[in-house]
Design a protein around this ligand. Structure first.
Ligand SMILES: [Zn+2]
Length: 66
C-alpha cells in the first residue's frame, strides 16, 4: 500500500477510503491532474480502474444528465 506517485506508504484508513496516494500536496496535485483526464470506475471482479475521459465521453455524460 504505497503512494502511486511517490512510493511512500499510505496509511491503512486512507487506503481503505479508496485513496492510492499519500497526503503530500505534490501527490494530491498529481492525482487531481490525472483525474481530470481519467475517470475512476468500478469494474466488477477487477475493482477500480481508470478509463480515459475523452471529450466525447464527457459530452455524453452531460447530455444524458439533462
Ligand atoms: Zn505520495
Amino acid at each position: 500500500m504505497n503512494c502511486v506517485v511517490c512510493g511512500q506508504p499510505v496509511i491503512q484508513a486512507r487506503w481503505e477510503l479508496g485513496y492510492d496516494y499519500c497526503m503530500s500536496p505534490d501527490c494530491a496535485h498529481e492525482l487531481r491532474d490525472r483525474q481530470s483526464k481519467y475517470r475512476l470506475i468500478l469494474v466488477p471482479k477487477q475493482g477500480f480502474t481508470y478509463v480515459e475521459a475523452t471529450s466525447t465521453d464527457l459530452q455524453t455524460g452531460k447530455s444524458s444528465g439533462r
